[in-house]
Write a protein that binds this ligand. Structure first.
Ligand SMILES: Cc1ncc(C[n+]2csc(CCOP(=O)(O)OP(=O)(O)O)c2C)c(N)n1
Length: 461
């Protein structure tokens, strides 16, 4: 799914004062738009932000761009709340305000801590609790009654599961609702793997011409009701304007609003909406899976001597995906090729599917491995993106996630990340295949390398 997947809990981000500002994770994965909860502050040289004394008379300090406010003002563009803790008396309430905004909106916030306030005791009394947000019961009832009559009348409904189901931890609720009503589930690219891809009701990734296969595209586009739950409409997820989703047969419910066909309902909390919807009594729908899950098959002997295609690479990869794996894809052929991965077991999937910024996958895999030791990241990265952040592999080695050659093998974590660049496979130009029939050419060399790499992977799961 979008880089969103493992970020339901806020992360801490401490870039170096202004220098790493626009290269930070906040901008790299479109956090402010796709809802990435994170707390950002900054450090200045070996210390954290310049102290209150440092700011007197506005001196020129290294790394300072224009004023001491510049960094916070820039971060205002990519966060939902920001503060500079210059006043001890208000520090606690400012921190609480920002953290609450982060948790509520699932978007990043910025807290700047001057180094000379870090070890001060701050008063923590009299902090006003955030006002709770409740759904307006009449609006909720009206929206539900309109939606339920649409679902009851629908002969061929489908759910388009969105990334917010993972953000708000409501995917299980929606899957249970789908099971009770027997409604199939597709995901959009941002939401790939938000619901388990091995579920019998799961039909694949829908994104117009960029759908994972024609079956899912036909199913969604011929459905008489598309329930888009927690879905963001973006150019990428809608297949660069090729998606055919007529508003007259869609419901779009997000944390921001609920749209039912041409009507818009505000003041509804997303969770309240999903809980009420899933509790409704609906007769079992008729559903025949258009493309039932099949176990990925190893390359046959004859295929292994033939030209290697992208499809082959992803097929072999699929053999290895189980509930302990997480595919982390970078931009380019990696993300588009990975759309079709539907492991018969489980495939967690993470990619910067909204912002599409190259250089995401290698560092992201470190985050995945840190977030949970249970998941082994499989990184898919092209040579271009690898050049941007591939050096981060050294971080994986330093923190013990991957083995360094000089270390004995057993010192690495049991399942180190697998970083597989497609470039050595001769896969840098889309569907290009290698050409084993041209001996002595560079392409032949790539072909040999590609096959050697594939040979090293076990061919069965
Ligand atoms: C930071 C950034 N720079 C440029 C782009 C535009 N862009 C998208 S895909 C791509 C090529 C990616 O090349 P590579 O990583 O080798 O992947 P592949 O050729 O396998 O698709 C470029 C330059 C981008 N998305 N992000």
């Amino acid at each position: 799914m979008s880089s969103a997947h493992c970020k339901q809990r806020p992360r801490f981000l401490i870039p170096l004062f202004t220098r790493k500002l626009l290269k930070s994770e906040l901008t790299k994965d479109g956090g402010p738009t796709t809802h990435t909860p994170a707390l950002a502050g900054w450090r200045w040289s070996t210390r954290i932000a310049p102290g209150r004394k440092d700011r007197e008379k506005d001196p020129l300090l290294h790394h300072k761009v224009k004023t001491f406010e510049t960094q916070r003002r820039i971060y205002d563009e990519v966060t939902v709340a920001s503060t500079v803790l210059l006043d001890e008396q208000r520090a606690a309430s400012e921190i609480v305000r920002c953290v609450e905004a982060c948790l509520r909106h699932k978007r990043p916030v910025y807290i700047e801590v001057p180094h000379d306030i870090v070890d001060r005791e701050i008063p923590i009394t009299g902090i006003a609790p955030a006002a709770s947000e409740n759904s307006d019961p009449h609006t909720l009832d009206a929206a539900l009654s309109e939606i339920l009559s649409l679902i009851r009348a629908a002969k061929k409904p489908v759910i388009l599961a969105g990334v917010e189901l993972a953000r708000y931890r409501t995917a299980g609720l929606v899957v249970r609702m789908a099971e009770r009503m027997n409604i199939p589930i597709a995901a959009d690219l941002l939401s790939k793997s938000a619901v388990p891809e091995n579920h019998p009701l799961y039909i694949g990734v829908y994104g117009g011409a960029m759908s994972s296969d024609e079956h899912v595209r036909n199913y969604v586009e011929s459905a008489d009701l598309v329930l888009m739950l927690g879905t963001f409409i973006t150019d990428m997820s809608m297949g660069f304007y090729t998606a055919k989703l007529d508003r007259g047969r869609t419901v779009l419910a997000t944390s921001e609003r609920v749209n039912v066909r041409y009507h818009r309902y505000d003041s509804i909390q997303f969770r309240d909406f999903l809980e009420s919807l899933s509790a409704a009594k609906i007769t079992h729908k008729h559903f025949k899976h258009p493309n039932p899950h099949a176990l990925p098959e190893p390359l046959k002997k004859t295929e292994r001597s033939q030209k290697l295609t992208m499809v082959d690479v992803f097929r072999v990869l699929s053999l290895h995906l189980d509930e302990r794996c997480c595919v982390v894809a970078d931009i380019g052929d990696d993300i588009f090729g990975a759309v079709g991965i539907r492991s018969a077991r489980q495939a967690q999937f993470i990619a910067p599917a909204y912002y599409m910024s190259m250089g995401f996958a290698v560092p992201a895999s470190i985050g995945v491995a840190m977030a949970t030791k249970k998941l082994r990241p499989y990184v898919l990265v092209g040579d271009g993106a690898f050049q941007m952040t591939g050096v981060e592999i050294s971080t994986a080695v330093r923190i013990g996630q991957a083995a360094h050659r000089s270390r004995p093998r057993h010192t690495c974590v049991p399942r180190p990340p697998i970083v597989r660049s497609l470039a050595p496979l001769g896969m840098t130009d889309g569907e290009t295949t290698t050409a084993p029939d041209r001996p002595g050419t560079g392409t032949k060399d790539k072909s040999c390398r590609a096959r050697n790499i594939l040979r090293r992977l076990p061919q069965s799961a």
